[in-house]
Design a binder for this molecule. Structure first.
Ligand SMILES: Nc1ncnc2c1ncn2[C@@H]1O[C@H](COP(=O)(O)OP(=O)(O)OP(=O)(O)O)[C@@H](O)[C@H]1O
Ligand SMILES: [Mg+2]
Length: 231
């Protein structure tokens, strides 16, 4: 990457901004955004910025220096070129320079009452299948991590695709899209307040944790009774 541009990113942005976190399950809070830079999104670990002079780029800055960033860069390498994904051009100690995706997240689309067409869901399903074929495990795919633009779907956050295990967020979203969304908001789009969406997000996490704990308890009880039967 161009040295001047890197200097502008490192000295002009990364060294100046402050990222705070009040709750690990809520997006980071960004302070001290330097002139010329705009925050285009926040997640629980990172904030993403763009600059008017390089509109095709998005700079993702993470809260802490972690090994995870290296893994995210590696995921992009493994994905290669695919129209539904961004690309990683460079990775620094606590930031990545990515291709900026256009459009809005599905979370924002629901909040703003913008209709989500089925083609978007189809594109994302296809992109996740592509990731699996590339040896990755689509993980943590939720409404803030996918975007749409002109009826096409995109996956904007691949940071957890190296993880193992099954993550059901996207499957659950698709089920809710088919069973509820298509019959309601798709037909009559209305704005849903962020407070309501945030409540649903937290309630969903609570329900999933409870379900997981119950299944662990059941597994433990059945292991214990098998042990007693053998001894
Ligand atoms: N390449 C990109 N182009 C445009 N917008 C982006 C890009 N990458 C991230 N964003 C925006 O920034 C937000 C936060 O980025 P991202 O999801 O990568 O952060 P994160 O902290 O890893 O998220 P999570 O909490 O899901 O782990 C996204 O929801 C999206 O709105
Ligand atoms: Mg994210």
């Amino acid at each position: 990457m161009d040295g001047q541009l890197l200097k502008m990113i490192e000295e002009g942005l990364v060294e100046k901004i402050l990222l705070e976190s009040k709750n690990p399950h809520d997006p980071v809070i960004v302070k001290n955004i330097p002139d010329g830079w705009k925050c285009i999104g926040t997640g629980n670990y990172a904030a993403v910025f763009s600059h008017a002079t390089c509109p095709g780029l998005a700079v993702k800055v993470i809260r802490e220096n972690t090994e995870d960033l290296k893994k995210e860069a590696k995921v992009y390498k493994q994905l290669g070129d695919h129209p539904a994904y961004s690309k990683c051009f460079y990775h620094g100690p606590n930031y990545l320079v990515l291709k900026k995706l256009k459009g809005i997240t599905l979370y924002d689309a629901i909040a703003k009452g913008i209709r989500i067409p089925a083609s978007v869901i189809g594109d994302i399903n296809e992109a996740l299948l592509f990731a699996r074929k590339s040896g990755l495990n689509p993980y943590d795919v939720h409404a803030k991590n996918v975007m749409m633009k002109d009826g096409r779907g995109y996956v904007v956050d691949v940071s957890d695709f190296y993880k193992e295990g099954k993550d059901e967020k996207w499957d659950d979203f698709v089920k809710a899209y088919q069973k509820i969304y298509l019959k309601t908001l798709y037909k009559h789009p209305v704005k849903i307040p962020y407070k309501v969406l945030n409540f649903i997000r937290h309630a969903y996490r609570f329900y999933k944790n409870l379900k997981h704990k119950r299944s662990q308890k059941r597994k433990h009880a059945s292991n214990l009774s098998a042990y007693h039967r053998q001894n």
